[in-house]
Design a protein around this ligand. Structure first.
Ligand code: 5GP
Length: 184
C-alpha cells in the first residue's frame, strides 16, 4: 500500500506549524518532510529538525542534481523539498506531509497529481496580520513583505482541494487528520 502525500499550504503566520504539531502529537506516525532552506536559523531552530540549513551553493547543487521535488524563493530566501525521502515514505505506506508555500504546492501537484493539496486559511486578513506580528520572528519590513505574499496566496485558495480555516488549532488539526489518510 502506498502512503498518501498531503501538501499543507497557507500564508506565513496562519499557524501551519502549530496545526501540524497538534496532528503529530496525536499521530506520531505522520511523517513531516524536512525542507532545505538558505534562510538563517531562527533562535531555537536546529539544523536537521525544522530545516536543513544550507548555503546558496549547496542549494544550487541540489536543484541542479534534481534532488528536490519542488523548490521556490519566498521572501528573499530559497526553500525546497528533498525528493528521495518523500518517495521512500510513500513507498513504505507512511502518510507524508509537506508544509510549503504556494509555488511549491503547484509544482508538487504537477509532478505528483495524486498529492492532496490542503490550504490553511486565517479567519480574517486582520487576524493573520496580528498573528504574524505577535509571533515576533519577523520585523517591520519583513512582516509587510510576508503580508503582501499572503494576499497572493489567499487569492489562490481555489486551486486547493480542501480549505481549513484556522480558527482553533485543535479543530483545524481534526480537519487535517481527516484528510491525511491516517489509520488508528
Ligand atoms: P519560514 O521562513 O517562515 O520557515 O517559511 C516561509 C514559507 O516557506 C512558509 O510558507 C513555508 O511553508 C514555506 N516553505 C517551507 N519549506 C518549504 C519548501 O521546502 N518548499 C516551499 N516551496 N516552501 C517551503
Amino acid at each position: 500500500m502506498s502512503g498518501r502525500l498531503t501538501v499543507l499550504s497557507g500564508p506565513s503566520g496562519v499557524g501551519k506549524g502549530s496545526v501540524i504539531a497538534a496532528v503529530r502529537r496525536r499521530y506520531p506516525q505522520v511523517w513531516l518532510s524536512v525542507s532545505v532552506t538558505t534562510r538563517a536559523p531562527r533562535p531555537g531552530e536546529t539544523d536537521g529538525v525544522e530545516y536543513h540549513f544550507v548555503d546558496q551553493s549547496r542549494y544550487d547543487e541540489l536543484v541542479a542534481a534534481g534532488e528536490l521535488l519542488e523548490h521556490a524563493t519566498y521572501a528573499g530566501h530559497c526553500y525546497g523539498t528533498p525528493l528521495q525521502p518523500v518517495l521512500d515514505k510513500i513507498a513504505a505506506g507512511v502518510p507524508a506531509l509537506l508544509e510549503i508555500e504556494l509555488q511549491g504546492a503547484r509544482q508538487v501537484k504537477a509532478a505528483m497529481p495524486e498529492a492532496h493539496l490542503v490550504f490553511l486559511s486565517p479567519p480574517t486578513f486582520e487576524e493573520l496580520a496580528r498573528r504574524l506580528t505577535d509571533r515576533g520572528t519577523e520585523h517591520g519590513v519583513r512582516v509587510r513583505a510576508r503580508l503582501d505574499l499572503a494576499r497572493i496566496e489567499l487569492a489562490a485558495e481555489d486551486e486547493f482541494e480542501a480549505v481549513i480555516i484556522n480558527e482553533d488549532v485543535e479543530q483545524a488539526a481534526d480537519a487535517l487528520v481527516a484528510l491525511l489518510g491516517v489509520q488508528g
